[in-house]
Design a protein around this ligand. Structure first.
Ligand code: FAD
Ligand code: DLZ
Ligand code: SF4
Length: 506
């Protein structure tokens, strides 16, 4: 007999390893401390995964499989994935382990090192296989998502008319990027009352991870496929039509806006990326959803999500250690909820604490932008994102953080660093009105910290970015600025960073 490993983010009945299962094989699933503590995961992330794993194990049993499931508090639990495989291999005389390749180099290596033969099958839940991505990347001077995305549109046939994109364009972003208005009629995503399985997991997580950053309750995530399908249907019916225009907007009292909150379910395997995209394309075909919204949403999934996966495996295990800008400041306490006068940071971190969720622009242009401008060590930024979001697994988190957000890979993912002064946040959100700092003030104690940090960053990295066609022009503005103002900006930035280093409230 063989052991079939199913990891916490592999909860799909058509998983490649499960397709291999024979009646006498034993499926191994385990809640283990090594996975639950390699970064200080948000308690809602652990609870979501453990509850979903328990329910998935029940489904496998109902389908006739033999399943060995270790709960975290099982006294026989060895508390690591390799340990659990070895324990069951010894107990049952298993001749081999069959796994689906994990989404993290760390676990792939750990399985390769097992003293039992292991087959690691490709994870074919993705639209683009790794060999296909590598063939696409081969020989290109520069990798850009937009070109890859067009290949994926052709491959899937989503929003295509023959070999042409529907509506005559591949990308409708010029119709998007609008700020949003507070709207009390906007229907928030569904929340799910914990059932008996989830309630038991919540108690376990509360007892075992009492000191983690993040609120465990109220817990409202779906923890099975039926619930995840409800979230999908709700999004298609109530939010997708306005997803496009408002995808970059941020609002103080609306943590979800028109976002789908589907990433936890897609990443854990409860929904497939193709069924989600097909639902969006069908809603457009039925006339319920405008094209720019359907296209923008589908691009995030068959474009960005697949592209990030390809980059993670293309770039290799050292990717998370990259730091081309040489940033070495420690992650300041504001990321763990320390009080701050910066309202945008307080909002993004606060909703992260409450929901283990923040949407893309908050991750990129608030917490990510601040970390990059302040020169924070990208490895620490990476660990933070991997820990605090319910959808975070290294294959998708690292290219977004090390690459897109922190430019620590030197431009593999993005052709320019995503940096901005407070102006961008003021334009796209209502945060600045309620802030102790003034976004219109460029220098002095009341000036928005993003304003001074932006120029400080640009000047510190002038050699690298001056010739960048996408942001190099900013230096002409800097050079035209009055010399006293430039000195003031640099000294204000230095004073701010000193306060950050001293652990003073900022
Ligand atoms: P929506 O806005 O509704 O988007 C729809 C779907 O598109 C998402 O569910 C997701 O599957 C996909 N998607 C959108 N953008 C991306 C992207 N850049 N990369 C991959 N998929 C994308 N996403 C994760 O799934 N896990 C992470 O750990 C993660 N970390 C991030 C860190 C940073 C610094 C940034 C800038 C982005 C990160 N993202 C991550 C991407 C994106 O922010 C989330 O996918 C999105 O916010 C999830 O919320 P949603 O389901 O409501 O997304
Ligand atoms: C994220 C996570 C957590 C918190 N706990 C477990 C666990 O106890 N057992 C398990 O099989 N998987 C867990 N996971 C998901 C894994 O960390 C994930 O499979 C790898 O990071 C690869 O994406
Ligand atoms: Fe953020 Fe600056 Fe606006 Fe305050 S003024 S909310 S710090 S961008």
């Amino acid at each position: 007999m063989r052991l079939i490993l199913v990891l916490g983010d592999q909860l799909s009945p058509d998983l490649s390893a499960l397709r291999e299962a024979r009646p006498d094989d034993l499926i191994v699933m385990a809640e283990v401390m090594s996975e639950a503590s390699y970064v200080p995961h948000h308690p809602q992330k652990i609870a979501f995964l453990f509850a979903a794993m328990r329910k998935f194990a029940d489904c496998l049993r109902e389908a006739g499989h033999r399943v060995a499931y270790a709960t975290l508090d099982d006294p026989d639990n060895t508390q690591s994935i390799p340990g659990e495989l070895l324990r069951h291999a010894a107990a049952h005389g298993a001749e081999r382990v069959i796994a689906t390749r994990s989404g993290e180099w760390r676990l792939i290596a750990a399985l390769d090192d097992l003293p039992v033969p292991v087959t690691q099958l490709p994870d074919d839940r993705f639209i683009c296989s790794q060999p296909e991505f590598e063939a696409w990347a081969e020989g290109r001077k520069e990798l850009r998502m937009e070109w890859f995305y067009r290949e994926m549109r052709r491959k899937t046939g989503l929003l295509m008319e023959g070999d042409q994109p529907m509506g005559g364009k591949w990308n409708f972003d010029h119709d998007n990027r609008k700020p949003a208005q507070a709207d009390l009629l906007r229907i928030p995503p569904p929340r799910f009352e914990p059932d008996a399985v989830t309630a038991q997991v919540l108690d376990l997580v509360e007892a075992r991870f009492p000191d983690s950053f993040g609120r465990l309750r109220p817990f409202g995530y779906a923890t099975d496929r039926a619930g995840a399908l409800q979230v999908l249907a709700h999004f298609i019916d109530h939010a997708l039509d306005e997803f496009g225009p408002y995808q970059d907007a941020m609002l103080q009292d609306d943590p979800f806006l028109h976002h789908s909150i589907l990433s936890p379910y897609i990443n854990a395997g409860l929904l497939s990326s193709m069924e989600v995209c097909q639902a969006a394309a069908d809603a457009h075909a039925a006339g319920k959803v405008r094209l720019n919204s359907a296209e923008g949403f589908i691009r995030q999934i068959i474009g960005w999500r697949e592209y990030m996966r390809g980059i993670y495996f293309l770039e290799g295990p050292d990717y998370t250690a990259r730091n081309v800008l040489g940033h070495d400041r420690d992650l300041p306490p504001v990321y763990w909820g320390a009080p701050t006068r910066m309202n945008c940071m307080a909002q993004a971190v606060g909703q992260t604490r409450d929901h283990a969720y923040a949407h893309h622009i908050q991750r990129l242009m608030v917490t990510g932008n601040f970390a990059l401008l302040a020169g924070i060590d990208p490895a620490q930024v990476h660990e933070w994102y991997l820990a605090v979001y319910v959808d975070a697994y290294e294959w998708v988190e690292a290219p977004n953080v090390i690459g897109m957000s922190q430019f620590a890979d030197g431009g593999v993912v993005g052709s320019k660093p995503y940096v901005s002064s407070g102006n961008y946040i003021a334009k796209m959100s209502d945060y600045c009105g309620g802030c102790a700092y003034k976004v219109t003030q460029k220098t002095g104690p009341g000036a928005c910290p993003f304003n001074v940090l932006y120029w400080d960053f640009m000047v510190r990295h002038r050699d690298r970015f001056q010739s960048n066609p996408r942001i190099g022009r900013a230096y002409a503005t800097w050079d035209r600025m009055d010399a006293d103002k430039r000195r003031q900006i640099r000294s204000d930035a230095a004073a701010f960073l000193d306060r950050l280093d001293a652990g003073d409230p900022v």
